[in-house]
Design a protein around this ligand. Structure first.
Ligand SMILES: [Zn+2]
Length: 223
């Protein structure tokens, strides 16, 4: 009789404990907290908004590459010289007042130093001023590009991500403002679904090297 009572008591105790465990489990109190033991998720680096980078620094075999960062006084001087420089729009029908100023956007650890003008693939790209083609160049980041000097050889205009050149375009050819030099595309590192013209303006150094200069913001020159 006494053994039966002890057995019933023990059985009841075990059963009650199981019930309690099930109840606690169902409320979540016994479940491991996911944040408690799971490794922390890796930090997510969000890509900067806007269009991807485009190196303005091509890598010609004959030239030492990678532009050193220009000291602020150089840009100030270039901007001072640029006062009074007016350029025509490289893309027809685009109101410069509607364009986002992307000059200072961060791209791959440096400033963008250019203006992105979205336009449908195949849209004609026009010369912004009179001057000769200094270089036709294809680079990993810029894709199919044109470097044009202005007549005074003070400025270099850089047009990148072109789909293709205008027929017959050659180095040293003289372009007048409005002349078609190529067509909007996504060559280089432009996203295939976001065709645009990457347009930059550099003040050339005394050596007049097409790959070397001080970048200034093109947008105010187009307004
Ligand atoms: Zn760009």
């Amino acid at each position: 009789m006494r053994a039966q009572t002890v057995a019933a008591f023990a059985l009841g105790f075990v059963f009650g404990g199981l019930c309690l465990a099930v109840a606690l489990w169902s409320t979540g109190a016994l479940r491991p907290k996911s944040r408690g033991w799971a490794p922390a998720p890796p930090a997510i680096v969000l890509p900067s908004p806007g269009l991807p980078d485009l190196s303005r620094a091509p890598q010609p075999a004959q030239a030492p590459m990678v532009l050193p960062p220009e000291p602020a006084p150089a840009r100030g001087e270039a901007n001072r010289v640029a006062a009074g420089l007016h350029l025509s729009m490289p893309i027809d029908g685009v109101d410069p007042n509607t364009l986002a100023d992307t000059f200072r956007d961060a791209r791959d650890g440096h400033e963008h130093e250019a203006l992105d003008i979205p336009a449908p693939r195949g849209t004609p790209v026009h010369a912004v001023a009179e001057g000769n083609v200094a270089k036709l160049f294809e680079s990993k980041a810029g894709g199919i590009t044109v470097y044009q000097f202005d007549d005074s050889r003070t400025w270099c205009f850089y047009y990148a991500h072109l789909d293709h050149y205008a027929r017959g375009l050659r180095e040293a050819a003289l372009l007048r403002p409005g002349d078609i030099l190529g067509y909007v595309g996504t060559t280089g590192d432009a996203p295939p679904d976001a065709p645009h013209l990457h347009f930059a303006v550099f003040k050339l150094g005394p050596e007049k090297q097409w790959w070397k200069g001080t970048a200034i913001d093109p947008l105010p020159l187009l307004k």
